[in-house]
Design a protein around this ligand. Structure first.
Ligand code: ADP
Length: 259
């Protein structure tokens, strides 16, 4: 790794000496690098849809009726994209501002129903033909966990499993196991998969595998970075295993509440 040091010289008056201090500022420097990249990524992500909206608005003026509908559709898609980016930013700032967990006792049915109702619109877009399985292994139906965080994690993973999926009948399987001090979740889909060389990058902010295949998904590249932060806040870790054209499995655990 590259390290950065700040070196300062101070001449000590009336003495034949001077003081040299060397400070390792690698962490500070990396943090500001990340911040700088984040701002430039954000600006870029916002600029693309804005440029599209502006261009199509100009083209709308005086366009024949059949073209107007097409242009309006593109404008609407880009407004939705901007909306998604802003919602993801709000999510990130909410996550970063509160580390406190809110542990509740609920049934897994309740969690799954909440995820399901958030995803209804997307499921309807897939003609309602989603095979959606939840399996509990070694697990009672009642759990104690931060429900809001777990619902957001599952919503993002299942949403991706449906979006990056070209099957007539997309299948999503959620398996939950309770072992010792943790709950282990496996979320699998039968979608397009992620190439091995890209898998380690998908949790990075704004990272999107091959933008051309993603063009119409309306995604922001922020979903999995939000998921990773949420899992870590629950004391856990997340990993991905995937094989192209066969499907993807995200595995994560969260620690049980000990109180
Ligand atoms: P996005 O907003 O692009 O969906 P994410 O952070 O959720 O952003 O995902 C990052 C990228 O990882 C996506 O653009 C997609 O290419 C890939 N990806 C995520 N989940 C899946 C999945 N279940 N199957 C295939 N590719 C996926």
């Amino acid at each position: 790794i590259k390290r950065y040091f700040l070196v300062t010289f101070k001449v000590i008056e009336f003495r034949d000496e001077f003081l040299i201090t060397i400070k390792d500022i690698t962490n500070r420097r990396n943090a500001s690098e990340i911040q700088k990249n984040f701002i430039s990524n954000v600006s870029h992500e916002l600029k693309t849809p804005l440029t599209n909206i502006k261009g199509y608005l100009i083209a709308l003026d005086g366009a024949p009726d059949e073209m107007r509908n097409k242009f309006m559709k593109v404008i609407k898609e880009n407004v939705e994209k901007l909306e998604n980016i802003v919602l993801d930013f709000l999510n990130i700032s909410k996550i970063e501002s509160s580390n406190l967990l809110n542990i509740e006792r609920v049934s897994i049915d309740n969690i799954i129903n909440r995820v399901d109702s958030i995803l209804q619109v997307l499921i309807e877009k897939k003609n309602g033909k989603v095979d959606y399985n939840v399996r509990l292994k070694n697990q009672k139906n009642i759990v104690k966990m931060d429900v809001n965080r777990v619902v957001t994690i599952l919503k993002n993973l299942i949403e991706n499993g449906l979006i990056y999926n070209k099957n007539e009948n997309p299948e999503i399987e959620v398996e939950i196991t309770e072992i010792d001090d943790r709950y282990i979740f496996n979320v699998s889909d039968n979608g397009i998969g992620i190439p091995a060389s890209e898998q380690y990058k998908v949790f990075d902010r704004f990272y999107r595998v091959d933008k051309s295949r993603n063009r119409n998904s309306g995604g922001t590249g922020l979903g999995l970075s939000i998921v990773k932060s949420l899992v870590e806040q629950c004391g856990g870790k997340i990993t991905v295993k995937s094989s192209e054209n066969r499907g993807t499995t995200f595995k994560f655990f969260i620690l049980k509440d000990k109180n």
